[in-house]
Write a protein of this length. Structure first.
Length: 264
């Protein structure tokens, strides 16, 4: 599974302070810790409180690149912030994210093609998040059709079925698992699938347990990527064990160490 570390996010108070004070050491340490823990990429989000989203994104990308060479998931609702990060990135990027609205697809598909980036598409539109699986499948098909017609490679597209917290949307979670599998049948080549894992446990007391249980189940349904906390050791061990059980890695008695070494 492709792991995207979630911790460089301006919604976290400590990260927000580091961005405001331009504390490179804090950001570099946080980036290095996530990569050393097994993250394949880093999500980069300057947060909603940023007064200069483009400038802060440019600073974050530059700072991280001074520490490490890795894929960056540029996470913002503002196109100018995404493009600011793309402009200075020396490595592959993921644009996180667009919706199914044509106006947004035009902006972000075009940007992804221009900078040879991957693209995350949320199965929602200006009306909001559909409450049933069929509604999400319909939006997913619209996204795929737009991508194909605009010449954007489906190999570079991630569909996000949008996880809602279990304490408010418990009945929808099994449908999310089914969507991960169903998305694969919508096109050839199939789009990849991605989840923002921490959303599932938002507001719950047993957050870590819920996160790792849902991730293992999603892995069995074919999930390709997840944005998560790679510093949660038990969560990462669950990812490793699930890949082993699904025959995606070769068994050995010390399979956790073997997996971690293969990531470096």
């Amino acid at each position: 599974m492709f792991i995207i570390g979630e911790l460089i996010n301006g919604m976290d108070q400590n990260v927000a302070v580091a961005i405001k004070e331009k504390n490179k050491g804090f950001i570099k340490t946080l980036a290095r810790k996530q990569l050393d823990a097994g993250a394949d990429a880093l999500d980069v989000n300057c947060g909603p409180a940023s007064r200069d989203a483009a400038g802060d994104m440019r600073w974050l990308v530059g700072t991280i690149q001074e520490e490490a060479s890795c894929v960056l998931s540029l996470d913002s609702t503002k196109p100018e912030a995404i493009e600011a990060g793309l402009e200075i990135s020396a490595h592959k990027c993921i644009i996180n994210s667009t919706s199914a609205d044509v106006s947004r697809l035009e902006i972000y598909c075009g940007m992804a093609k221009k900078y040879k980036a991957s693209l995350v598409a949320l199965v929602m539109d200006h009306k909001g998040v559909p409450q049933d699986k069929d509604g999400k499948l319909e939006l997913a098909a619209q996204i795929l059709n737009f991508a194909q017609e605009s010449g954007f490679s489906l190999d570079e597209l991630y569909l996000d079925p949008i996880l809602l917290p279990i304490n408010v949307a418990q009945s929808q979670l099994f449908g999310i698992l089914e969507l991960i599998k169903d998305f694969k049948s919508l096109s050839s080549p199939s789009p990849k699938t991605l989840l923002g894992l921490s959303n599932v446990s938002q507001g719950s007391k047993k957050r870590k347990l819920i996160n790792r249980t849902f991730l293992v189940m999603a892995s069995a349904y074919g999930l390709d990527a997840a944005i998560l906390d790679p510093l949660d050791n038990n969560l990462m061990y669950s990812v490793i064990a699930s890949e082993l059980i699904l025959n995606k890695s070769i068994y050995c008695d010390d399979f956790i160490s073997a997996y971690n070494k293969s990531k470096k």
